[in-house]
Write a protein that binds this ligand. Structure first.
Ligand code: SF4
Length: 387
């Protein structure tokens, strides 16, 4: 559709229900100024190859020019998208618009780090069609921000939110982290309260976990880091949900809360519903039908592949029916849409469903099993009970 290629055709979002079957486009920007000790996402701190990466990414995009039809979401994630110069963001977005077709309006999200945010940059992103920003604040308590190894202060987190609001971004999301060693419900409650004082459209509240090859994981092995007990984490989780839903938010995924149905992350919902998505850049994953593939998790290898005129795919899988089933259960128990039992083959036994209902893990509505708050708490374990 040519309309999506017109200059300035991307408008602010106005929508009623933020779910569609159109595919989403994800761009992995694999650069960070420093590595946070808990983070397992792929990124490097050498930033001298950003320009080369950008050229390569636009070449990669052309490999898929005719494969996905019209996208209705573009998500610039990473890594740290805001580390790129605004002119590089412009080159990226206009380059993608030259290659792909986007619905109008498309949801265009950009992740930001507080210390990169300026009013000037925000206004420029808006002029490029970015209509949703996601800010990695993590905490408003200075000690916690330092513990998490963030390269900004809590004050910069607040200033960035103020700048986002003043620049007219109605749709912004704040990322927060709970379950830090020694964190009390009172402290966490004060962080949530402060977040709500800025009227965000969306909140992502992640429990701190020790992941793969990270500094925190090495510290945990050496017993230099001890996270709160599971029961403490569960208390914090329940508190988060009750506090935010009590303030009018929809708890639509284990870690995600939206102010209304129109402010759900349209892009992220695709991941949980097997809607097709294309991921470009090192380590990015893609899904089309039952095929999933992922790019090499290394900037140098990625660039080498593109320079050698190869698609930088590191692996792929054809999802079997049983894998699809399991994923439907895994995603279903994590989201408010739950599971349509007609899509699970063979369907879970009636007694099993009844048992889950009686135990308060789910509620049943016609053919759908919807997780309760207690169900969300055990979202990883429930699929094993029904498969
Ligand atoms: S949390 Fe964000 S800023 Fe920190 S290392 Fe990971 S991607 Fe980079």
């Amino acid at each position: 559709m040519s309309r999506s290629r017109k200059a300035h055709s991307w408008r602010p979002l106005k929508r009623t229900m933020n779910r569609t079957d159109l595919p989403g486009l994800y761009i992995h920007i694999p650069f960070c100024k420093s590595k946070c000790p808990y983070c397992d996402f792929y990124s490097v701190t050498e930033t001298d190859r950003i320009e080369e990466w950008l050229q390569a990414l636009l070449i990669e995009s052309r490999y898929y020019r005719h494969d996905f039809g019209t996208f209705d979401s573009l998500y610039l994630g990473g890594g740290t998208p805001s580390l790129l110069h605004p002119r590089q963001i412009e080159k990226l977005i206009t380059g993608l618009r030259d290659v792909f077709t986007f619905d109008d309006p498309a949801e265009v999200t950009m992740e930001l780090n507080p210390d990169d945010v300026t009013r000037e940059n925000l206004a420029f992103y808006r002029s490029l069609g970015v209509n949703r920003v996601s800010l990695g604040v993590q905490s408003f308590v200075e000690e916690e921000v330092r513990f998490l190894g963030r390269r900004h202060t809590s004050r910069q987190g607040v200033s960035a939110i103020e700048a986002i609001r003043e620049t007219g971004f109605d749709e912004f999301s704040i990322d927060l982290m709970y379950g830090l060693p020694g964190q009390s419900i009172r402290t966490w409650g004060s962080i949530l309260k402060e977040a709500l004082s800025f009227s965000p459209a969306h909140l992502s509240c992640y429990q701190l976990t020790v992941e793969g090859d990270t500094l925190f994981s090495r510290m945990a092995k050496e017993e230099k880091l001890k996270l709160p007990e599971d029961s403490r984490q569960a208390d914090l989780f329940v508190y988060t949900s009750e506090y935010l839903t009590g303030s009018g938010f929809i708890h639509y995924e284990v870690s995600n809360f939206a102010k209304g149905p129109e402010t759900l992350s349209r892009h992220n919902v695709k991941y949980w519903q097997h809607t097709p998505y294309l991921g470009l850049g090192p380590s990015a994953h893609s899904l089309a039908g039952k095929k999933r593939w992922w790019n090499v998790r290394d900037v140098d290898q990625y660039l080498e592949s593109i320079h050698g005129d190869h698609i930088p795919v590191g692996g792929f899988e054809d999802l079997s029916s049983s894998q699809m089933n399991l994923e439907k259960l895994l995603f279903g128990f994590r989201t408010m849409w739950g599971i349509d039992v007609r899509q699970i083959i063979p369907p879970p036994a009636r007694e099993t469903i009844r048992g889950l209902c009686d135990s308060g893990f789910v509620t049943c509505h016609d053919q759908n099993i919807i997780p309760t708050l207690k169900g969300y708490l055990f979202a990883d374990k429930l699929p094993l009970m029904v498969s």
